[in-house]
Design a protein around this ligand. Structure first.
Ligand SMILES: Cc1cc2nc3c(=O)[nH]c(=O)nc-3n(C[C@H](O)[C@H](O)[C@H](O)COP(=O)(O)OP(=O)(O)OC[C@H]3O[C@@H](n4cnc5c(N)ncnc54)[C@H](O)[C@@H]3O)c2cc1C
Length: 338
């Protein structure tokens, strides 16, 4: 474990923002991490735990220690239909999805191709195409940064919500997730609740899809919809989809005919697609300085190359203000701004 000084973070964040870290260390085991947390080095320094940097916007140099999580490894434990998977927090999420499918462990296919590490997945309870991490989550291990003590968190203790958890709220920045345990299965039960998945399967003439079929279809849909960060800097959805009272939605519908919404479990609420609001406020495809709103996907802010984090933050604020002015709906940022 080597602590380096003045390290560029340009390749460590998918926006490709050119900032640096005063100190940078990569940890490859939980013991190394405990040793680091128990040492004096961290006492007087700020710290940031970094996975693949696919949900972070740097607006300035980081003047403390960046701890890159490279604790890898996947273990499968089979017991009847249940397959318990124990995964190192620095493992690549999509590698986990693919290796699970290859080992007959189903249940993650709808979350194929989400960038990032397994340790970051519980932080915002990653979700896509009708599935959230919480539905397959069993428990996680995490190291408390100030003490180096290890704590196991159950599902209830994680307080998972839509794109959030205790690690993005009350315990933000206090624990480093080193291991995640998921409960998968070896049955053919698949989740086709999301309409575009059903349409894509129909087009392919697949009546009884396997988990691998779902994974392939999800990858195709994602590749056709979302910009590739290796080609244009972005962090996926910049904002969360707002959840508003049904009664407010009904009033808005009178004024904005065709405004889409999806019913929520709490039946007096609906979720409105943020992309629709941003597009309707005239932002889709707009460029401001070195940054902008993607031409095909209004929910994705992009760095055209030499853009700065400050420009992206300012643009996000302008979008929030104009959406609020037009619809009286507050857009909440999904990306972690530093
Ligand atoms: C093209 C694209 C598409 C995306 N699509 C989706 C999607 O469909 N659904 C979705 O939910 N997200 C999506 N995202 C967002 C992103 O992939 C997820 O949030 C992912 O889990 C972030 O992982 P990461 O390792 O890159 O985390 P980072 O960006 O490195 O970190 C994110 C936050 O988690 C904290 N953190 C990271 N690792 C740990 C750890 N081990 N312990 C404690 N805290 C930690 C960081 O400090 C930071 O606050 C997308 C991003 C991109 C670029």
């Amino acid at each position: 474990m080597e602590i380096q000084e003045d390290v560029s973070l340009k390749k460590c964040n998918t926006f490709g923002i050119d900032v640096s870290a005063k100190y940078f260390v990569e940890v490859e085991s939980e013991n190394e991490l405990i040793e680091l947390c128990k040492s004096d080095f961290l006492t007087d320094k700020r710290h940031l735990i970094l996975g693949s940097g696919s949900n972070i916007l740097f607006t300035k140099n980081f003047d403390g220690l960046v701890i890159k999580n490279s604790i890898k490894g996947i273990k499968f434990k089979k017991s009847g239909k249940l397959i318990r998977v124990i995964v190192g927090g620095g493992t690549d999420w999509h590698d986990l999805v693919i290796q699970s499918l290859e080992n007959g462990a189903n249940g993650l296919e709808n979350l194929s191709l989400i960038p990032g590490t397994v340790g970051a997945a519980p932080v915002q309870n990653i979700g896509a195409y009708g599935l959230e991490l919480k539905s397959v989550f069993e428990q996680l291990r995490a190291v408390e940064i100030t003490t180096g003590n290890v704590k196991v968190f159950t599902k209830a203790q994680c307080s998972f919500k839509y794109r959030s958890s205790v690690f993005k709220e009350e315990l933000k920045g206090r624990y480093i997730i080193t291991e995640v345990t998921l409960d998968l299965h070896n049955t053919d039960k698949v989740n086709t609740a999301y309409a575009p998945i059903r349409i894509a399967l129909e087009k392919k003439g697949i009546d009884n899809p396997t988990s691998k079929d779902i994974s392939e279809v999800v990858m195709e849909i994602r590749n056709s919809k979302l910009p590739d960060p290796s080609k244009i800097g972005n962090a996926g959805s910049f904002f969360k989809n707002p959840v508003i009272p049904k009664v407010d939605y009904k009033n808005l519908q009178v004024k904005f005919n065709g405004m889409p919404a999806f019913p929520q479990a709490a039946n007096n609420k609906v979720k409105v697609p943020a992309a629709w609001l941003i597009e309707s406020a005239g932002w889709k495809g707009k460029t401001v300085g070195g940054v902008g709103v993607h031409t095909d996907q209004a929910l994705v802010l992009v760095n055209h190359g030499e853009g700065t984090g400050r420009e992206l933050k300012d643009l996000s604020k302008e979008i929030q203000d104009s959406v609020f002015k037009k619809f009286k709906i507050k857009l909440e940022v999904e990306v972690n701004i530093l």
